[in-house]
Design a protein around this ligand. Structure first.
Ligand code: MN
Ligand code: MN
Length: 482
């Protein structure tokens, strides 16, 4: 059998026509878009520096939305088309109504605004060797060694005996002291830590936060003066007594804001980018919808900001809660629909969604856990993850080919730079998102978001162009006509 040998130009043409190559975003952007990408990242850095808890995220989202004309649904007058909802202060939703009736389906982008951290236990404060500490219980998937010997801040809320809520934020102002968790010096760590597995070297019960060291002056025979002084400070500053800590949600997070990383400033480094990078991208896209200069979107667009993803989406502010159904019922009522027993189910089945969440970018130092053909490359755009889960796609939302095809066309039309990937080698580990919980309701959903380095650490790293392409991808999803 004879086969004609191709010329170099024929070879190149065939390659161009048939192959898909992953290309770096930066080299494909116009000069204007390169500037936009950097500007977007600056605003994003500001957001993640301030939104360090789910409650803080909700407050900032609500403020930004209200500035742009979104009104709480229950206060909205007739003719309103931009709504907002909050749920127990820890979840939120925004919606912009479109031209088509909502029972023809809506567009939903669901992100989460909780992040791995250390929560205070209900009886946190104790004294040992004339130092006061706070006991913690970690929330979400952390590597415990990340949390020792670094500046920490406390953010949250305490409720007093009379029911009044006291917001607490301490350790962020450069004039504030910070908190920290002590680690063992290497000189004495040989057996206690060095001979152990990394996951066992720092037990959870040793993640105790140093909060004081000055004993209260008083009679010599009275003890625990450091602890009492800390309680006195909490009382003077916030009006709290010890029992108030039981009805508090106080979160220990890394102190300080986000920073540029790299001499060229290519990356954003900071806490909570899983998943506030996606929360911000969906916020930014939905706030821009229906601005006076733009037309009403074709399809009603919804941004969901959910809590509790990092602990499995359980709890009444997570993706498994009915908050999200309330939002959709409100939209149906607003659209003047006669609500039947099956209205919600049918509306959901007709809807399209993105589970907006980050994925792992390939770290050159740990290529062994990645599959280079299929894991996401840093700086190569928003990553579409058709399925999550682990092992034989257990606990996965495996999006349908037709839906992936639709989204691919939407993104290509909008010149979004995107890549398709999964999280690590098969059988190496795995992870899930809110996708499977929303998929239970019958809508089409797929995961998309930027790849991160250092995911779940106190200093996650994202490429600025990936952040920008995530926003572009979400914007195109909301604006796509059909
Ligand atoms: Mn996430
Ligand atoms: Mn996560």
């Amino acid at each position: 059998m004879s086969e004609k040998r191709l010329s170099k130009s024929e070879w190149k043409r065939l390659e161009k026509d048939l192959c898909r190559s992953r290309r770096s975003v930066w080299s494909q952007l116009t000069a204007k878009d390169r500037k936009r990408a950097l500007l977007y990242s600056d605003k994003y850095k500001d957001f993640i520096s301030k939104a360090k808890t789910e409650r803080e995220s909700v407050n900032i989202i609500v403020n930004m939305a209200q500035e742009r004309g979104f009104v709480p649904f229950e206060q909205a007058g007739h003719g309103s088309n931009r709504f907002l909802w909050t749920f127990r202060g820890k979840a939120a939703a925004l919606a912009v109504t479109g031209k088509t009736p909502v029972d023809d389906g809506v567009r939903i982008i669901a992100s989460h605004i909780d992040a791995p951290r250390l929560d205070l236990k209900q009886n946190p404060l104790y004294e040992d060797l004339e130092m006061a500490f706070l006991k913690t219980h970690y929330y979400g998937g952390i590597k415990k060694f990340h949390w020792v010997a670094r500046p920490l801040a406390i953010h949250g809320l305490a409720l007093k005996g009379d029911g009044s809520a006291i917001p607490i934020e301490f350790g962020e102002d450069p004039h504030d002291p910070v908190l920290t968790i002590n680690d063992l010096l290497p000189h004495l760590a040989r057996k206690v830590q060095g001979e152990k597995k990394i996951s066992e070297a720092i037990p959870a019960e040793k993640l105790n936060v140093l909060i004081g060291g000055l004993p209260l002056l008083g009679p010599e025979d009275l003890k625990d003066g450091v602890r009492l002084r800390i309680l006195r400070i909490l009382n003077e500053r916030y009006g709290l007594v010890e029992e108030d800590l039981i009805s508090a949600e106080l979160e220990i997070v890394p102190a300080g804001g986000s920073r540029d990383v790299g001499l060229d400033g290519a990356f954003v480094g900071g806490y909570g980018q899983d998943d506030r990078s996606c929360a911000y991208a969906s916020l930014y896209s939905i706030l821009e919808l229906n601005e006076p200069e733009l037309n009403e979107p074709q399809v009603t667009s919804v941004a969901l900001f959910l809590d509790k993803e990092e602990i499995g989406s359980d709890g009444n502010t997570g993706a498994k809660s009915s908050f999200f159904e309330v939002v959709l019922y409100d939209l149906m009522r607003n659209g003047g629909l006669q609500i039947e027993a099956d209205s919600l189910v049918r509306m959901l089945i007709a809807s399209k969604a993105i589970s907006a969440d980050v994925t792992a970018g390939i770290d050159p130092d740990y290529k062994e856990v990645h599959e280079e053909h299929n894991d996401a490359l840093i700086g190569h755009g928003v990553c579409l993850t058709k399925y999550t889960g682990s092992g034989g796609k257990y606990s996965a939302n495996d999006a349908h080919a037709e839906y992936v095809n639709w989204l691919r066309r939407v993104w290509n039309d909008a010149k979004v730079v995107w890549q398709a990937g999964e999280l690590g080698k098969v059988d190496e580990g795995g992870g899930g998102t809110v996708a499977k919980y929303l998929a239970q309701r019958g809508l089409d959903i797929v995961d998309a978001g930027p790849p991160l380095l250092n995911m779940h650490s106190p200093f996650e790293v994202a490429h600025k162009t990936d952040l920008f392409m995530t926003y572009r991808a979400f914007d195109a999803f909301y604006k796509a006509d059909e």
